[in-house]
Design a protein around this ligand. Structure first.
Ligand SMILES: [Zn+2]
Length: 93
């Protein structure tokens, strides 16, 4: 009758199947709406590089968290920066 099965370490339950989604680093809100001092400048590849992947692709909005308005600005800026060779179109290894 001794019901002392106090297993307080049941780490075999829960189904926490993360570690595949939402890889770190990216913010979930629009950083340009949050910070009005941040400007989207196509002549600043360092800033734009945050919004492209290692292969040179533009990070989608659902990952970067940028709002639609600023995502459009970023896309335009990245495309301009690409055309003057500040950013790569693709990165091939
Ligand atoms: Zn925004």
């Amino acid at each position: 009758m001794a019901d002392r099965n106090d297993e307080d370490t049941d780490f075999s339950r829960g189904g926490e199947g993360d570690a595949s989604r939402r890889r770190g680093g990216r913010r979930r809100f629009c950083r340009f709406c949050a910070d009005h001092n941040a400007v989207i400048d196509f002549k600043d590849p360092q800033a734009l590089r945050y919004f492209i992947t290692e292969r040179g692709k533009i990070v989608p909005r659902r990952i970067s968290g940028t709002c639609a308005y600023h995502q459009r600005k970023i896309t335009q800026a990245i495309k301009q920066a690409r055309s003057i060779a500040l950013l790569p179109f693709t990165v091939t290894k």
